[in-house]
Ligand binder design. Structure first.
Ligand code: TYD
Length: 221
């Protein structure tokens, strides 16, 4: 089997990525798009591998911000280490088997959060992403776009905010600007989905984008 596809969902916290990812996973086998026997694998960053689970706790447990703040460059490298492991043990082998991977966050989160959010140099981030991914880019990235207030309202019911969610509104506004810049700079790879629509309308919009993109992939062989 040939190389599979890597489809990524991105956006600020609370935009509804997880719900849409589950719906995409349920819909794809009924869509007629998959080849017979083609597998679907749902995953996420940070934390999908054994090493990643450990790194995720380091990154997101709120106590770290009070005991010893994580330096911005350390944060960048921890997300990168998680990604390097994910790519090596999970993503690359599965893509080589021809699987379709649905991933909650990938390299664009690092550009948006550590680049635009924390203010780290974008060229530095590109280098770190290149090391972590060994050149593996997403085939399609769906950016669920929603303003901070509405996203926050949606994530309020989820209990205590993690270390990243505790950041101030300005931070999340900059992160959203980062996703917007990525979308504008990569029109072939990143598609904006209006996440202010109701949840079913978002699902339909995503299915349409995936269908359209699949046609292009099929044409390209
Ligand atoms: P996630 O598990 O998607 O959290 P949530 O389900 O609350 O959206 O992501 C955890 C946090 O990590 C999220 O605030 C975004 C952040 N993050 C980065 O800052 N950089 C990265 O490279 C990645 C992958 C995530």
């Amino acid at each position: 089997m040939g190389r599979g596809k890597l489809i990524v969902l991105e956006g600020i916290d609370g935009v509804g990525k997880t719900t849409q990812l589950q719906r995409l996973q349920a819909w794809l086998p009924t869509s007629g798009l998959l080849r017979p026997g083609q597998g679907i694998y749902c995953t996420y960053e940070p934390g999908a591998t054994r090493l990643g689970q450990y790194l995720r706790r380091c990154l997101l447990e709120a106590k770290h911000s009070t005991q010893e703040p994580i330096a911005d460059r350390a944060e960048l490298l921890l997300y990168a280490a998680d990604r390097a492991q994910h790519v090596a043990v999970d993503l690359k082998p599965r893509l080589q088997q021809g699987e379709v991977i649905l991933c909650d966050r990938y390299t664009d989160s690092t550009v948006a959060y550590q680049g635009y959010g924390r203010g780290l140099d974008l060229d530095l981030i590109a280098q770190v992403n290149a090391i972590a991914t060994a050149g593996l880019t997403s085939d399609l990235t769906l950016w669920l776009d929603l303003d901070y207030d509405r996203a926050r309202a949606r994530s309020q019911h989820r209990g205590n905010p993690d270390r990243m969610e505790q950041a101030h509104r300005d931070f999340h506004d900059r992160v959203r600007q980062g996703f917007q810049a990525l979308w504008q700079a990569n029109p072939d790879r990143v598609v904006r989905i209006d996440a202010s629509a109701d949840v079913d309308a978002i699902t339909i919009a995503i299915q349409q984008v995936v269908r359209d993109r699949w046609q292009v992939w099929d044409q390209d062989g």
